[in-house]
Design a protein around this ligand. Structure first.
Ligand SMILES: Nc1ncnc2c1ncn2[C@@H]1O[C@H](COP(=O)(O)OP(=O)(O)OP(=O)(O)O)[C@@H](O)[C@H]1O
Ligand SMILES: CC(C)(CO)[C@@H](O)C(=O)[O-]
Ligand code: BAL
Length: 383
């Protein structure tokens, strides 16, 4: 990083002008796909000192000042639609860093051409409200090293300065690919997913230059891909993985849960139940794939049979995409768990559109297309 004198890097004057007010006047809702310029002002989330950066140079300028002030920076990358899973990562980051940057960016290149880029939930105002509440909580809790200092919410033209690359599998562009791990499991169903994730994370890491980056275990294969990228490209930062936050009934929190609607939400715990059966086998001493995944597959069949016996207007059909028992570093499938290494149990299911929707039934966001859910459990090494 190029160092300049502190004077040259005095931050731009900040403004208490409500971001919402500016946005309301200029466009109806915050839209990360369009370029917006507000002169030289650094915006803030109202009633907080959280800066909102939309462009790279100002963020870099702020970052350099942190370096000069010996302040550590933690980065929590997100796609917005914040929930308690994200908040738990931000809390972790605030415990371990003087400054926390949360990025909010729905990255088009990690969505396949037929995926849900257009309908992906965007809840900017609610996200700001959650960050405001968290800011207060962190300020009152003296055990943290830092607090949320900034949100980075770039546009796509900022993130892809040479133009947005194609989302096609054979699309050309400046990509980071981490293979073979990025081709397995989630990469089979979503062949451009990890290429998009690695590419955007490399950009975010280069822009923010954090000491630590925070990811959730809910997307476990993503954490494996990111760790590999950091190792193989000598990126000077630690990757910290936070535990999966769940609803009381066990469903992993996910921004996409809003797609489910009431009926499918009740059945969405199938995946966590199936994985728990396999985990219970490991804790009882089973190590072979058949012993661990056999009962898990049986439970999935049983739960589907139960649904099939119900009336069409009540039931929920689902398809198991995969249940995997994999090595924690390569994500290659295992026949036998080496208990000194442990393993990753993971799965994906597709909740199908409800049959015979009832008048006024809540079908979830975007009216009920199939919803793919993922989850995992780490089988910890023993000894
Ligand atoms: N339940 C959760 N517990 C802990 N971390 C989570 C949880 N859900 C998401 N995260 C983490 O938050 C970060 C940002 O994730 P993202 O914004 O995609 O949210 P998401 O809920 O995973 O959305 P999606 O529905 O697209 O999977 C990622 O590191 C992700 O693993
Ligand atoms: C890491 C990430 C923010 C990259 O867009 C995304 O994949 C996510 O939210 O998990
Ligand atoms: N949390 C993973 C982001 C995605 O599924 O696109």
């Amino acid at each position: 990083m190029l160092l300049q004198t502190p004077k040259a890097f005095m931050p731009f004057p900040t403004s208490e002008i409500g971001l919402f007010h500016i946005l309301r006047r200029s466009q109806p809702r915050f839209d990360t796909t369009r370029s917006i310029h507000y002169g030289n002002k650094t915006l803030k989330i109202p009633k907080t000192s959280i800066k909102v950066f939309r462009e790279v140079p100002k963020l870099r300028e702020w970052r350099r000042q942190q370096l000069l002030d010996y302040r550590s920076v933690g980065l929590v990358p997100t796609m917005g639609a914040l929930h308690e899973g994200h908040i738990s990562l931000i809390r972790m980051a605030a415990r371990e860093n003087h400054r926390v940057v949360v990025s909010i960016y729905v990255n088009p290149t990690q969505f396949g051409v037929h995926e849900d880029l257009d309908s992906y939930p965007k809840t900017w105002e609610k996200d700001c409200e959650m960050l405001r509440e968290l800011d207060q909580e962190l300020a009152e809790d003296g055990s943290n090293l830092g607090t949320v200092s900034a949100v980075f919410a770039p546009t796509t033209s900022t993130m892809y300065p040479s133009g947005r690359p194609s989302q096609e599998v054979d699309g050309k562009g400046s990509f980071v690919t981490i293979t073979p791990v990025g081709e397995l499991l989630e990469g089979t169903t979503r062949p451009t997913f990890f290429r998009g994730v690695a590419t955007v994370c490399m950009k975010l890491f280069n822009i923010v230059a954090p000491e630590r980056v925070y990811f959730g275990q809910k997307d476990v294969q993503q954490t494996v891909v990111i760790k590999k990228m950091v190792k193989d490209f000598f990126l000077d930062m630690d990757v910290v993985v936070g535990p999966t936050q769940r609803e009381p009934d066990g469903l992993a929190l996910s921004s996409r849960n809003v797609y489910l609607g009431t009926r499918r939400r009740k059945v969405a715990t199938v995946l966590s139940k199936v994985l728990q059966v396999a985990e219970a086998g490991y804790l009882r001493g089973h190590r072979s794939r058949d012993e661990l995944l056999g009962p898990a597959g049986e439970l999935a069949k049983l739960l589907l049979m139960e649904q099939n016996q119900m009336l069409p207007e009540e039931r929920v059909k689902f398809e198991v995409d995969y249940i995997s028992l994999a090595d924690p570093e390569t994500m290659e499938e295992l026949e036998e768990v080496d208990e000194t290494r442990g393993a990753i149990l993971s799965g994906a299911i597709k909740m199908l559109p409800v049959e015979s929707p009832q008048p006024g039934e809540d079908l979830g966001l975007s009216d009920g297309p199939p919803v793919r859910l993922i989850d995992n459990i780490i089988l910890k090494p023993i000894g």
